[in-house]
Write a protein that binds this ligand. Structure first.
Ligand SMILES: [Zn+2]
Length: 343
């Protein structure tokens, strides 16, 4: 079978398609014949080199496909069978520590994301523990199914368990066109919030409105913090959804109202920021970190999908053989929504 791998870190030129044996499955695993796999910004970080990555590595965290073979335990305990249409939940944890037993999988000391610290899923066949496999939602196409898990889990975990976004609250969500931003807009609307979002072109602002955003700001021509203050009649937002880091940080703090919560999961434009502690404590604000989500988050997300409240925005589908072009397209920041590979 063929798999997208890297043997060294660097530009998209380091991405290669290798021939590997079809994986053997353990009793608790299923063998999935992959139909679609999604790209995430994580793929770019991994390719360029982050700690904890061992090479060679099969790339990718999100994949969907059809079950080809089922281990004995996977068949008995999870009732999976050959031909089931499924997708993988892009997390692994020990399953037996105190945190795992409390459902806090993403705090487990043995937490992994496929395509980061363990082998990924951008291959024609993958072996996945049945515990991390769910049936494909009927409402979603194959590209949409692959596009869903990592971005939706990250956004949902930030909005629901972490900041507990409430109906009627104001939220600023950066980057409407990013995978995570486009998911967050829909999830925030499903939770009843009033959404302000940002993008860099009239076309993308229009697409953000179609996803449900109430107000849109062109960050290239409008000062974000000041504009948010105007929209909210001076009070600022209850929640800022951050994933960009240094470049947007000052605007984030300016936009955040009294008692507000800023939740962040990324630092695309740089990890070092400044905070005036006096403003933080006088305004009773909270800054909250979050990474990925839990198995339960994924189950909750499927409810939003089944009720038509969440549908991944897919920008473009590439053949997996065009992986270099796909990375380049994502890295240049051109897409609105997710990039998917067709296997
Ligand atoms: Zn654990």
């Amino acid at each position: 079978m063929q798999a997208i791998r890297i043997h060294e870190h660097g530009s998209y030129e380091t991405l290669v398609i290798d021939s590997l044996p079809v994986p053997e499955i353990q009793p608790d695993e299923v063998l999935i014949k992959v139909k679609t796999a999604a790209l995430n910004h994580l793929d770019i970080w991994v390719r360029k080199g982050i700690p904890g990555v061992s090479l060679p590595l099969t790339m990718g965290s999100d994949a969907a496909g059809v079950i080809e073979k089922t281990g004995a335990v996977a068949a008995q305990e999870f009732a999976f069978k050959k031909g089931d249409e499924v997708f993988g939940i892009p997390i692994r944890s020990c399953g037996h520590c105190e945190l795992c037993l409390q459902g806090k999988d993403n705090l487990c000391r043995d937490f992994h994301i496929p395509g980061e610290s363990i082998q990924g899923v951008q291959a024609e066949y993958i072996a996945v523990p049945a515990k991390y496999v769910l049936l494909k939602p009927n409402r979603l196409s194959w590209p949409e199914t692959a596009a869903l898990p990592l971005a939706a889990m990250t956004a949902y975990h930030m909005l629901a368990p972490k900041v507990q976004l409430k109906s009627g609250e104001w939220i600023l969500i950066y980057g409407a066109s990013s995978g995570i931003g486009s998911m967050a807009i829909q999830i925030a609307k499903a939770l009843g919030a009033r959404v302000i979002t940002t993008a860099g072109s009239a076309e993308k602002l229009q697409a953000a409105k179609q996803l449900g955003a109430d107000y849109v700001i062109n960050y290239k021509t409008q000062p974000v913090g000041k504009t948010v203050r105007e929209i909210t009649s001076g009070s600022g937002v209850d929640v800022v959804f951050e994933h960009t880091g240094a470049l947007t940080w000052n605007d984030s703090l300016r936009a955040l109202g009294k008692g507000g919560r800023l939740v962040t999961c990324g630092a695309t434009t740089g990890p070092q920021v400044k905070i005036d502690l006096r403003a933080l404590f006088i305004k009773h604000q909270q800054i909250i970190g979050s990474t990925m989500g839990t198995r339960q988050d994924m189950v909750d997300i499927l409810d939003l999908v089944e009720t038509g409240k969440l549908k991944p925005a897919v920008d473009k589908v590439f053949s997996f053989k065009e992986i270099k072009n796909a990375h380049q397209y994502l890295e240049d920041g051109r897409p609105f929504g997710k990039i998917v590979l067709d296997f």
